[in-house]
Ligand binder design. Sequence first.
Ligand code: PMP
Length: 285
Amino acid sequence: MSRTVYVNGDYLPEEEAKISVFDRGFLFADAVYEVTSVLGGKLIDFDGHAKRLERSLGELGMPMPMSRDALLQIHRRLAQENDLEDGLIYLQVTRGAADRDFAYPAPDTPQSVVLFTQSKPGLADAPQSRTGIKVVTVPDERWGRRDIKTVQLLYPSMGKMAAKARGADDAWMVEDGAVTEGTSNNAYIVRDGVIVTRHLGTEILHGITRAAVLRFAREAQMRVEERAFTVEEALSADEAFVTSASAFVMPVVEIDGQRIGTGAPGRVATRLREIYLEESRKVAV
Ligand code: PMP
């Protein structure tokens, strides 16, 4: 069945949803995006995603194309029109279409705004959450402003392919000996009961799920250290896991072919996943 897609004010069948070949998102990756999960027809942490969108746009000298409330209404209408029970809503905002030039076009150039849904039945009950995933490490060769959620996703995409070629599910990127993050998630280890994840900065995306999970962990009296960790520390950790809006909290059971802890999802990751899903559903909109 054809989905309904939002493009610049219109709700269209996906076959009719089109963007100009001169769009700067297409030509320069001059665009930012967000992915919000939907559980039971409701949006998880919409406000966090809207705030980060505004920040990403601001860092690139772009305004919000519309109010947060207007964005929320589009998300809701798309979920409704597509009967989206469990899944994701993708949102992209570009600097718009203009004759190809490295300099930005005039500020009054209309931005492009696109949203579409992806249905993922049983998203919160993914079989991988019970078995855990395997990751491999790859050098982090992305640009330096990873805190801006741009659509320049070729390197992470290459990382994912490198992982698959090595029989793994995903890649952790490494810079100066320390893990930055996964290709599309934030990375964590647990050592002696302490949850360790890289501190915020320009080197990683400020995950919305990360912020919520760390808040829940602290509320549950778990110890958290926000600092860089090495691959060696990860290999000898008791547990490892990743977080993202689409995977929530996902245990990692193998890194570079080496088993982590017992080789099964750890207690901390499993507990955090339960808490995250329970608490997020309560405040979903
Ligand atoms: N890091 C990167 C590089 C990502 O692409 C993502 C997912 N968009 C994340 C972290 C996790 O962020 P969030 O929890 O907001 O989905």
